[in-house]
Design a protein around this ligand. Structure first.
Ligand code: OAD
Length: 246
């Protein structure tokens, strides 16, 4: 593993030769848009709130109204910000390589708003609701108080994946297939601590992909990657795009 600020020549070559690039993003990609990450000291959401109080089915059962209002607040925060150069660079990269699969742990919709297509939303989407009883998906309800499912009358819940819940089957299957198939894997703006998302890099590496972490603070997991680029996604990703631009 090599830690660098500049993009090493061998990585440039791997990018230019890549047949299939798989990009996994985390909260850090949206940090430059003003969306709080989860685990960073002080600013991170889990430094201010306890995940088990807000992001589990048990928490929802204990106080559905509180959970609804917390996710409404997060929805309002992300609806009020704009995608940043990192999001736009990933959308641009998709047009510059033969194939790109984007897997995001983020629920903020910013990749789609930046123009990325076919985004695999590993942890769901804040702008969808799901019936707590039957799992049916509904367009996000703007109500301040928790709404009822129009079909069965049970509570609606935010369409995100909570701790202790399974990753949506299709998202998991497509992500694993892409990680196993790609020849370049970029892990951007994630602490690589939450599984199964964090395991996608291992899957890529086992299948001989070149693996790269992009993070201003190389993570405890950085040594699992072939390269660690120590920079903000909003700076490093546009540089990758420049390398490929005609
Ligand atoms: P974390 O908060 O764990 O990690 C965010 C990472 O982004 C940190 O390693 C930061 O150093 C890095 N970072 C900060 N600013 C950055 C920038 N400008 N450019 C690049 N990187 C930057 O967030 P995730 O890894 O996304 O799950 O967290 C994974 C999951 O844990 C989330 O999807 C969420 C959370 O609990 C669920 O809600 C199920």
């Amino acid at each position: 593993m090599s830690i660098a600020c500049d993009i090493p020549d061998a990585l440039t070559a791997a990018l230019r030769d890549a047949r299939h690039v798989c990009v996994l993003t985390g909260a850090g990609v949206s940090a430059e848009s003003g969306v709080p990450t989860f685990r960073e000291a002080q600013e991170g959401l889990w430094a201010r709130y306890r995940a088990e109080d807000l992001a589990t089915p048990e928490a929802f059962l204990a106080d559905p109204g509180l959970i609804w209002r917390w996710y409404r607040w997060r929805r309002d925060v992300v609806a009020g910000v704009e995608p940043n150069p990192g999001h736009y660079a990933i959308a641009a990269l998709a047009d510059l390589v033969p194939r790109l699969t984007l897997v995001t742990q983020n629920v903020d919709n910013l990749h789609r708003r930046a123009g990325s297509r076919d985004v695999i939303e590993f942890h769901g989407n804040l702008f969808e609701d799901r019936c707590f009883a039957e799992g049916t998906v509904h367009v996000a309800d703007e109500a301040d108080e928790i709404p009822a499912c129009p079909v069965c009358g049970a509570h609606l819940r935010p369409g995100v994946v909570w701790f202790g819940e399974a990753i949506p089957e299709r998202a998991l299957d497509e992500s694993c297939a892409a990680a196993a198939d790609c020849d370049l894997f970029l892990s951007v703006g994630t602490s690589s601590l939450v599984y199964p998302a964090a395991g996608l890099a291992d899957l890529a590496q086992r299948n001989d992909a070149v693996t790269v972490e992009i993070n201003p603070n190389p993570t405890m997991q950085a040594e699992r990657f072939d390269y660690a680029l120590a920079g903000n996604s909003g700076t490093v990703l546009p540089e990758l795009v420049k390398l490929l631009s005609p």
